[in-house]
Design a protein around this ligand. Structure first.
Ligand SMILES: [Zn+2]
Length: 352
């Protein structure tokens, strides 16, 4: 099949390779010409400090002399800002859990350690005793290697991070979890149907012996994932079959981004001015820079399937929000695109 030529948008990084995108008469893509992102953002963000203070007062009153909430910390922007707001601005006493799957960048680990110690917040390093997360990633990476795309390799984290928070909350008698939803990262997911179509097309390219080897390796990956889920068991049993565990009804989940405008520049500035937290020293969007799996396998897979890395999707969302221009974001997008292929080869080589 000859390589298809895709058209690019003048205003953002979208190309017609992304499912459902068309370039319209003014040279801009269908997303640039619509307000879809702004509407999605408006629905989610209702900046309301007063309501947040009220919630914080309830959480403080629920438990006076011990941890009154729990949150996960990766060292990235969102979770670091949640910890900062909880402790420094709302006067809460959070317990922070840093889940270490073994593939974090050193600067992310440095960030979370320095941030928690400067704020006087207790930090627990949690990892799988059987290292089933690393075994899962290794088996899944090897399974998908013949296809050259790696959907599903992040499944371990999608399950373990919420499970680990529930598990530690129960252990320490904590009734509230804190988290955030970053609209710049959440919007523009690739539809499942498009993922399946792409997967099917790639499957047709490989022979039956490779398909059989892939099935065997996938079965092994699923076994490790189940062992991992059992290690951080959150009842009921049905949770073991879910993509993410359902949290117990007694645990209250508070999303700070429901109350605060998730302004990426303001958050970065606040953390840098008040804490030892620092963004990485390469061109960055200050989001999603903590995990090596993401930099390698996830960026590579998105680029192969849609023409965009995760970072260029985030960059597009910043453009749709009229915060930045394509010119301003180009160095960061170029950086992640050029790194993706090399890092993927390196990552896959390391798990062989
Ligand atoms: Zn566009």
């Amino acid at each position: 099949m000859p390589d298809q030529i895709f058209q690019s948008c003048l205003r953002c990084f979208m190309t017609t390779q992304f499912p459902g995108i068309a370039i319209e008469e003014n040279g801009q893509c269908s997303l640039c010409n619509s307000d879809t992102f702004l509407q999605a953002k408006k629905k989610r963000v209702t900046s309301n400090r007063e309501a947040l203070e009220k919630v914080a007062a309830e959480v403080r009153a629920s438990r006076k002399d011990d941890y009154n909430c729990i949150t996960g910390g990766s060292g990235g922007l969102d979770s670091s800002y949640v910890i900062y707001v909880a402790k420094a601005e709302l006067g809460l006493n959070p317990l922070v859990v840093h889940y270490d799957h073994g593939h974090f960048h050193d600067h992310a680990t440095r960030n979370i350690t320095a941030l928690c110690s400067s704020l006087g917040v207790d930090l627990i390093y949690a990892s799988s005793a059987g290292r089933y997360d690393q075994k899962y990633v290794r088996a899944a990476t090897r399974a998908f290697k013949d296809l050259g795309i790696y959907w599903g390799v992040c499944s371990a984290c999608h399950y373990v991070i919420p499970a680990m928070l529930c598990w530690h909350a129960q252990r320490y008698g904590i009734a509230t979890t804190l988290h955030s939803d970053n609209v710049y990262e959440a919007e523009l997911h690739v539809p499942a149907a498009a993922k399946f179509a792409f997967m099917k097309e790639r499957l047709c390219r490989i022979g039956w012996p490779q398909k059989a080897r892939m099935a065997g390796r996938l079965a092994l990956a699923m076994y490790y994932l189940l062992r991992l889920k059992t290690e951080f068991y959150v009842p009921p049993v049905r949770n073991l079959l879910r993509h993410r565990p359902r949290k117990p009804a007694s645990l209250r989940a508070v999303s700070l981004s429901k109350y605060l405008d998730w302004d990426v520049d303001y958050m970065t500035k606040t953390l840098v001015e008040n804490t030892p937290w620092r963004p990485p020293d390469y061109p960055s969007l200050n989001m999603r820079f903590d995990c090596k799996i993401e930099d390698a396998l996830v960026n590579h897979t998105f680029k192969e399937a849609t023409g965009q890395t995760v970072h260029s999707i985030i960059a597009c969302n910043l453009i749709y929000d009229r915060l930045r221009t394509k010119e301003e974001l180009k160095p960061a997008v170029d950086f992640y695109e050029s790194e993706a292929a090399d890092k993927t080869r390196e990552f896959v080589g390391n798990v062989e």
